[in-house]
Ligand binder design. Sequence first.
Ligand code: ADP
Length: 238
Amino acid sequence: MNAEPQVPRVQATAVPILKLAGVERHYGDAAGRLTVLDAVDLEVFPGELVALAAPSGAGKSTLLHIAGLLERPDAGDVMIGGRAAGKLSDAERTTIRRVQIGFVYQFHHLLGEFSALENVVIPQLVRGLSRKLAEQRAMQLLSYMRVKQRASHRPSELSGGEQQRVAIARAVANAPRLLLADEPTGNLDPVTAGYVFEALAKLVRASRVAALIATHNHELAERMDRRITIRQGKVVEL
Ligand code: ADP
């Protein structure tokens, strides 16, 4: 009698959205060289929230700038969705950044003369979406971030927590694959920070965006999937 055919094993096929391979970054000249990133390898997968927790000056912003294709590393490469960015032209890197990467900063950087809704609509119009569809999506995102009722208000009329909720909605307006955040709740009181983070985390899980979030807030870092830090230029898991 023949044995039952073996069911083929399913390979883990998840491809990291962000991959840093042997990334190095140095500042200064040969006489006084500062190595900020030293052969850094890092992968962030779809729907994953990774906390980047390191002391000031350790290289968090440098790492985020390189991951976001705002700066080029001195060695190594960055892959976004499996595509190596190192050999691409500045124009190609800008396109990847616009289409595939969303940024959230400590300060909201919303356009002051436009409403919350317009701030989420504008990046979509720039991408070529119709106003009707852009407005629909913006309202959905503002609703998801629980600031729909503030849609017609300008940033100066919003609380700090509301401004950051709108900034997060704007960052994902064009459905990026990677979300990079630099202290997104750093200006907020602990309770507000917790609520804003909760909304951000829910959005990341639902949209399957890969998120790398620099934070000094240990409590929030503990709520993410993984925690990494930078020690003497090396990325280490905590
Ligand atoms: P973090 O975001 O963790 O505070 P940064 O990435 O801003 O750290 O900076 C890491 C180190 O690199 C710091 O010592 C900083 O002074 C240095 N650095 C950052 N940018 C430059 C630059 N353009 N020229 C020289 N040194 C820099």
